[in-house]
Ligand binder design. Structure first.
Ligand code: CTP
Length: 408
């Protein structure tokens, strides 16, 4: 998918630099040309020789090289690339990028470039969460730098938390998404459910929940950006219909199911809606009036159809990939694994929605991706970053041959 693409890989000084060697190998396998810039600190972790051998190209480190600079080396390096990738992106290089410094070849190239930049941060958890790094990342995002990761997990410094550099295959997926000339989901049909449902008690009252629809809508938009033809079936939400997506508005779970089934044959379904589990068995046709001294009316409830389980049923119409969400307030992982089995879907995106997390209605989300392969912890990300990452993973999965898919 990367034939003819030219990547300028900037390797800064972090222990994760060893993963950049694997990244080069994977990019070369996909047909990309990779040229490396190695910082002084980076050279403490990997050698120019390793980078050169894997990239089959010269490695650039020296800002004041007479031979290189006679050709305006730092400008030429960026001119020759389709994309700049900073991996590992240390706290130091992110700070230098945010400040606009040009104190070595890597920083100078990053300042001089007009090409898209992807950064894969890698650092100690406290460096990542430090207010200075948070502010630098915000600044860089506002300037258009794309971020992949960091992931959550055990780190070389014996600590645990966000700070691990994304795995090479995740970085490759992000690169492919950024360079997608021919979009990886072009020709694929996606169905996304989003938002809450409303179950009528009478014409003016209903049962519902706090779902904002932000995560589901962001997923629909991210899939559309990768070229999918997306149908979004949304319950009542305040967020706008995403651009380039066919949005169908519904109220109740029954309506949501009917709209999903009417969407026809689809390749991937993502059920992000917080569907009400129960509906009122016999909603009143007219507003229920209070009667002086009378008890409140009893509400008889009956189960709603399970949209995710319905779409996951084996058969010729089953999408190649069905993704559900698990909104849990306790035993997140165990419940998510159980839910995946019960509903028959392929992946579950598990998120903790206890009030303290601020997930419902908030801008950020901390999720685990549960598949047959196991459980993957993602760092806390903005909901649109979760969406972008999920869309990239979906594209990667649908691009695999069926035999590899079956193994997941
Ligand atoms: N879902 C659905 N239709 C339903 C209920 C849930 O499609 N009637 C989907 C949601 O969109 C989500 C997944 O199922 O992808 C999990 O929903 P959740 O409400 O977290 O789980 P429940 O099935 O309700 O299980 P529990 O109440 O035990 O948490």
């Amino acid at each position: 998918m990367l034939h003819g693409k030219r990547i300028l890989l900037i390797v800064a000084g972090g222990i994760a630099a060893f993963k950049s060697l694997e990244l080069i190998r994977r990019l070369r396998e996909r047909g990309a040309a990779v040229r490396c810039v190695l910082t002084g600190a980076g050279a403490r972790f990997v050698t120019p020789l390793s980078l050169q051998a894997l990239s089959e190209d010269r490695v650039y480190s020296d800002m004041f090289s007479l031979t290189d600079e006679s050709e305006m080396g730092h400008i030429q390096l960026s001119r020759d690339a389709d994309l700049l990738v900073v991996a590992p992106a240390t706290a130091n290089i992110l700070a230098r990028m945010a400040a606009g410094l040009a104190d070595d070849l890597a920083a100078t190239v990053l300042l001089a470039t007009d090409k898209p930049v992807l950064a894969a941060p890698a650092m100690n958890v406290r460096m990542w969460t430090h207010a200075a790094t948070v502010a630098n990342v915000e600044t860089l995002k506002k300037r258009g730098v794309t971020f992949i990761g960091p992931n959550d997990g055990a780190m070389a410094c014996n600590e645990h938390g966000p700070g691990r550099m994304s795995e090479p295959e995740e970085i490759v997926a992000a690169i492919e998404a950024m360079l997608a000339t021919e979009q990886p989901l072009a020709g694929k049909r996606a169905l996304v459910t989003s938002g809450p449902t409303r179950e009528a008690i009478d014409p003016v009252r209903y049962i519902s929940n706090h779902s904002s629809g932000k995560q589901g809508h962001a997923i629909a938009a991210a899939l559309a950006r990768l070229g999918a033809e997306v149908t979004l079936v949304s319950g009542p939400v305040a967020v706008a219909d995403p651009a380039g997506v066919r949005t169908i508005h519904v109220d109740s779970a029954d309506q949501m199911l009917a709209a999903c089934l009417a969407a026809g044959v689809i390749d991937v379904a993502v059920c992000a809606a917080a569907v009400a589990d129960w509906k009122v068995t016999r909603p009143a046709g007219a507003k229920i009036k209070k009667k002086a001294g009378a008890q409140p009316p009893p509400l008889e409830l009956s189960p709603n159809p399970d949209i995710l389980a319905t779409l996951s049923k084996p058969g010729p119409r089953r999408p190649a990939l069905v993704v559900g969400f698990a909104a849990e307030t306790e035993n997140l992982i165990a419940n998510a694994i159980d839910k995946r089995g019960r509903k028959g879907c392929d992946w579950i995106v598990a998120n903790d929605v206890s009030p303290a997390t601020g997930t419902f209605g908030g801008e950020r989300n901390t999720v685990h991706l549960v598949s047959a392969k196991g459980v993957e912890a993602w760092p806390t990300l903005a909901k649109d970053e979760v969406a972008g990452r999920l869309a990239a993973r979906i594209a990667l999965h649908l691009a695999q041959p069926r035999s590899a898919e079956a193994a997941e």
